[in-house]
Each structure stands twice: as structure tokens, then as C-alpha cells.
Design a protein around this ligand. Structure first.
Ligand code: WAQ
Ligand code: MG
Length: 253
């Protein structure tokens, strides 16, 4: 198996280069060429702008991937960012995150500062624990089995053109939620024309939240809430390095 990742950015020469788009999956050797082609096309036709650097990393996976279940999906009734904040708050409180950490998390999610990765937040104190606050932690080395991908196409209410975005998000969220020290994750896309976000946890599954932000807003972010006493180094190592395949076989309610 191989891990393939893409990252596109703009203004590479100037200070503060801008992240345009990123994607990744785990695949067989035969699939590599086709996926690399798709990723380049994606990088060059992104709503956040035109990149001047596209990096594709292809890496053989030597460790056997961990087989984990696909999260169940639901879509919330939501028609405004205000309502979305309320839904996120309820979801996080239900997952055991303190009110203080919820507020700190919302601040990061709706902040103007743009990160390429996710913020790791302690679930009681609301303290940020990611090693690099500018960059955040990139969840990486995950893929989905073909059978799980088929299930994705059958989820009601998802536009065909959005299936890829949703599939990638659920795969990442399934990997994240699987770790015992992770209580929940919330995500807002940084694509100005993608206004559905999500909240996810192992217990409650993947909750799609429409209208999480206004159309045209370039801001986005991700916050992963961990147990207050979590081993941060181990969590980051799992998120970044542990190869994971998400499959539909073990879907639970
Ligand atoms: N690891 C950690 N954080 C990431 C990663 C990653 N691999 N990729 C992106 N981020 C962070 C980063 O801060 C971005 O600004 C933010 O998340 C949003 O990234 O069911 O497309 O790739 O319809 O724009 C949600 C789909 C799509 C909801 C989310 O995120 C649905 C999306 P984006
Ligand atoms: Mg994006």
C-alpha cells in the first residue's frame, strides 16, 4: 500500500504563503498514477485561488494499516451560523467537553487566523496543546475501502459534486474519533463556497452541519478536543503517522 498526499499553496516566495488545498489517501500501486493526476487537477482548479506550488508526496506504507469503522452520518437542521454555534456547543458538551473549552474552541474555529492543520484543545481547561500553533496538526495517512466509499454515495441529501469532499472529511473524522484520548472534533471548511461543516465523535458519529458559515467566507478551521490528561505526543503521532483504513464492515449505532 501507498500513502499519497497533495498540498497546494500560493506566494511561496513571499512571507506568509497561503494554503490553497490539500488531499490524501491510501491506495495500491496501480492507483497511484490516476490519483496523482486527479490531485494536480484539483490543486489547479480550487475555489481558494491559483497555487504556484503543488507538492505531491508518495510514500510506501510498511506498517499494516489499522482497520477502523466508518462513523455513522446524520445531517442537522441548521439555517444560520448562529444556530450552528448552538449545535456545536450542544454536541461538544454532550461529548464531555467543558463550557470553557467549547468557547475557546469556537474562537479558534471562527478566527481569522488560518491554519493548515488542526488545533488540539484540552477538553477541560481549553488550553491549546498543538506543538505548532501556526501550522496545527495535519491528520494524515488514512484511506477508505471501496465498500465504504460505496456507502458514501448512498447517503441522502448529499449533492453529487460534494461526495468527494464529504467522503474525505468522514474518513479523516473516523480516524480522529477512533483514538481513546479524543473526545470530539469540529470542522469548518476553508473553501469559500463550502458552507457545510461537521462535528464528530466516536459515540455520536458524524453530524453534518449546513450553514456553519456564510457563503464567500474564506475562513475555516478544525479543532480536536482531547482528554485533559491526554498524552499529546502519542495523540499527534497517531494522527500524523499511524496508517488507518476506514471500512464499513464494522459500522455501529
Ligand atoms: N488535518 C488536520 N487539519 C486539517 C487537515 C488535515 N488533514 N486538512 C485541513 N485541515 C484544517 C485546516 O485548518 C483547514 O483550514 C480546515 O481544516 C478546513 O479544511 O459533510 O473541506 O480541507 O459536507 O477545507 C467538511 C465536509 C469539509 C462536511 C471540510 O475542510 C460535509 C473541508 P478543508
Ligand atoms: Mg479547503
Amino acid at each position: 500500500m501507498w500513502s499519497i498526499r497533495m498540498r497546494a499553496s500560493k506566494n511561496r516566495a513571499k512571507r506568509g504563503s497561503m494554503h490553497i488545498s490539500g488531499a490524501e489517501t491510501i491506495c495500491t500501486e496501480q492507483q497511484l498514477k490516476q490519483i496523482a493526476q486527479q490531485y494536480i487537477k484539483r490543486a489547479l482548479s480550487h475555489s481558494r485561488g491559483n497555487p504556484d506550488e503543488v507538492v505531491i508526496t508518495v510514500e510506501r506504507i510498511t506498517k499494516k494499516p489499522l482497520d477502523i469503522p466508518l462513523l455513522n452520518t446524520r445531517t442537522a437542521k441548521c439555517s444560520s451560523p448562529d444556530k450552528a454555534r448552538q449545535l456545536i456547543t450542544e454536541f461538544l458538551l454532550g461529548a464531555g467537553v467543558s463550557a470553557r473549552a467549547v468557547n475557546a474552541g469556537l474562537k479558534v474555529l471562527y478566527s481569522k487566523k488560518h491554519m493548515r492543520g488542526a488545533c488540539i484543545m484540552l477538553s477541560v481547561s481549553g488550553r491549546r496543546a498543538e506543538p505548532d500553533r501556526m501550522r496545527g496538526v495535519r491528520v494524515s495517512r488514512f484511506g477508505m475501502t471501496d465498500s465504504a466509499e460505496k456507502i458514501m454515495t448512498a447517503i441522502p441529501g448529499i449533492k453529487k459534486s460534494n461526495i468527494r469532499t464529504v467522503t474525505e472529511a468522514i474518513t479523516l473524522a473516523s480516524k480522529t474519533a477512533h483514538h481513546a484520548d479524543i473526545l470530539a472534533e469540529v470542522c469548518i471548511s476553508d473553501d469559500p463556497d463550502y458552507t457545510t461543516g461537521y462535528a464528530a465523535s466516536k459515540q455520536s458519529g458524524y453530524l453534518r452541519i449546513p450553514c456553519i458559515k456564510q457563503h464567500g467566507d474564506m475562513r475555516g478551521g478544525r479543532v480536536i478536543f482531547v482528554r485533559q490528561d491526554a498524552d499529546i505526543t502519542a495523540v499527534v503521532d497517531y494522527l500524523e503517522k499511524r496508517p488507518v483504513i476506514v471500512s464499513a464492515k464494522k459500522v455501529r449505532r
